[in-house]
Design a protein around this ligand. Structure first.
Ligand code: G4F
Length: 335
């Protein structure tokens, strides 16, 4: 059988880099789309895929550039395309609305349109998100829950989701969406609360920082392990029929619980370091975003198994290691 070709947009992101590793392991020829600036300073901008540079083929194309995307797809003719790239930070006050909408919606549309013309057999994965549920009416959310996005990012993702469904129904493309709830790992971006916490704990331990400034500690999140979530993406594209799936743990923890476990894992009392700062404050959801992954379990045979406290401790340990700290991990009684 011919070697399968996969194209990953956002290959240097947390999910893209784990997915590239998974697909290489499965014997795929892996191609990644990156912005031209990424190729110009690869050691800094492509840090998550540095170790894979010899094994994956990188192509320069930004999501805003239809001609460049079209040419890249004409060259690669992928069998599977995982569309992960997006402006993905959620903010309700400082949204660059126009750029988030343009990048996320047009990028998805350009990719689908190019694939329809040039590689209609290609299986397509769209990275949807729990932010599409936004101010949800019920919890937990599943594939039939109505979308009520409350951020520009969420709105852009609903549009991408609908485009994906439209190409599936109108053109018969094998196009699926994963509705992924929060998923973390030692490769998470520093702007997200989990990595902000674990990296600051490491800096405090190293004597490089004295406090951790956070917003609201009450919000609840359904936090899973990114390495398991990329496996779910791959499984979606191996199904006979394309469909949409909620990918989640179904379990909720608060930001405060994350903080407690992270500090306790290195023997520190969080209350001595955490400062609540209104600058980072976002209101908590009235109805928490918690996914019901029953369909993924039933159809894909996929289940989130990583223990929350273990994930937190692993992220702290990895951030400590990056600072050259050897530390005895102290078992936390919090879970
Ligand atoms: O880590 P966060 O910024 O993630 P958020 O907003 O839930 O979004 C992430 O998950 C979504 C679902 O998968 C994705 F769609 C999205 O792209 C992204 O990956 O914030 C988590 C919670 C929020 O309630 C926030 O208010 O943490 C709270 N928080 C409290 N203090 C903070 C902070 N968040 C950040 N980023 N920084 C803080 O200082």
């Amino acid at each position: 059988m011919a070697q399968k070709k996969a194209l990953i947009t956002g290959v240097n992101g947390q999910d893209g880099s784990y997915l590239a590793e998974l697909l290489l392991h499965k014997g795929y020829e892996v191609h990644g789309l990156v912005r031209r600036v990424g190729l110009e300073a690869p050691e800094r901008r492509l840090e998550r895929v540095v170790a894979l540079r010899d094994q994956i083929k990188l192509h320069a194309a930004s999501l805003e550039n239809y001609a460049a995307l079209y040419q890249a797809i004409a060259k690669i003719r992928p069998d599977e395309c995982y569309h992960l790239a997006a402006a993905s930070f959620v903010s309700y006050e400082f949204d660059d609305e126009f750029s988030t909408l343009t990048t996320n919606i047009n990028g998805t549309h350009y990719l689908l349109a190019s694939l329809k013309d040039l590689a209609p057999h290609c299986r397509f994965y769209f990275a949807g998100t729990s932010e599409m549920f936004g101010a949800a009416e019920a919890s937990p959310q599943d594939e039939s829950t109505r979308f009520r996005p409350r951020s520009i990012y969420g709105i852009s993702k609903v549009a991408g989701f609908e485009l994906t469904r439209n190409y599936r129904e109108r053109y018969g493309m094998h196009a699926s969406s994963g509705i992924l709830f929060n998923h973390e790992s030692p490769r998470r971006g520093f702007e997200f609360v989990t990595r902000k916490i674990t990296s600051t704990v490491a800096r405090i331990l190293a004597g490089q920082s004295t406090e951790l400034r956070l917003g609201n500690l009450e919000p609840l999140r359904d936090w899973g392990d990114a390495r398991q979530y990329v496996e779910a993406m791959w499984r979606m594209l191996q199904q006979e029929h394309a469909d949409d799936y909620v990918i989640a743990t179904g379990r909720l923890h608060s930001v405060k619980q994350f903080v407690e476990i992270a500090f306790a894992s290195v023997g520190l009392d969080w209350q001595q370091y955490v400062v609540v700062d209104q600058n980072y404050y976002r209101p908590a959801e009235k109805i928490p975003l918690c996914g019901n992954p029953a369909k993924a379990k039933r159809v894909l045979g996929w289940e989130a198994t990583t223990d929350f406290a273990i994930l937190v401790r692993e992220m702290v340990a990895e951030d400590c290691r990056l600072l050259g700290l050897e530390l005895p991990i102290i078992e936390s009684t919090v879970s």
